[in-house]
Design a protein around this ligand. Sequence first.
Ligand code: GLP
Length: 242
Amino acid sequence: MESYEQLSRRVARAIADQIRLKPNTCLGLPTGHTPLLTYKILANWSHGGEEDLDRDAPPIDWSGVLCFALDEYHDVQPKNSFQAFIEEHLFDQTNLPLPNRLNPGQSDDYDELIASCGGLDLTVLGIGGNGHIAFNEPGTALASWTHCTWLAESTRVANQEAFVSLDNVPVTGVTMGLQTIFASRRVILMASGEKKRSIVERAFNGEISADVPASYLQNHGLVDVWTDFGFEKSFAAQSAQE
Ligand code: GLP
């Protein structure tokens, strides 16, 4: 079974490989606790500390990369925004140019923007305790593109830590829709900790249902579900047609 560190290293390597393969790659990137170590590893590799990459490998060059945040709160103090989180934990540790740091809260037509940049090559997702991906809460239509949404109460409670109290957690946000995520050529969903086991098993061993938005990924053509609690599954185009 992989540890959290092994899981994080694996996701970091997939991102680094993608950037090496396509220097102007478009990435969809999550916030939350789960990707924190992945970002720390990527930050390290971006400074040249690539102790487990090829010795000759240069630091990751983010100068041509475009990073699209999955989601953002509405009416949030800048310090509590997802943008601030990902700037601090990843972007500011790299040479990613400021104009390449994209956020759905700052775009009138995020899907058009993503498409005009060539579409998402790789999107990394976490999963909420209620099965949400990005802020696509239970009940979200599969036909959704980037949209504004109410946050589930359980999501607000789960995200409370960064705020003074639950009352300060925004009640709405803006998120890539399920079709935005589906349009990504590859998706990696990462989950850490036993508390995520039941929802991950329900999403990827259970039936596909709007009650568990992540379950829709079973029908995506190229998805890897990687965890640190022994669950691992991939969905590819052929199995989606079975
Ligand atoms: C948040 C974010 C998601 C994230 C999820 C899990 O609400 N909107 O993008 O993947 O919840 O967060 P964590 O990794 O902290 O469990």
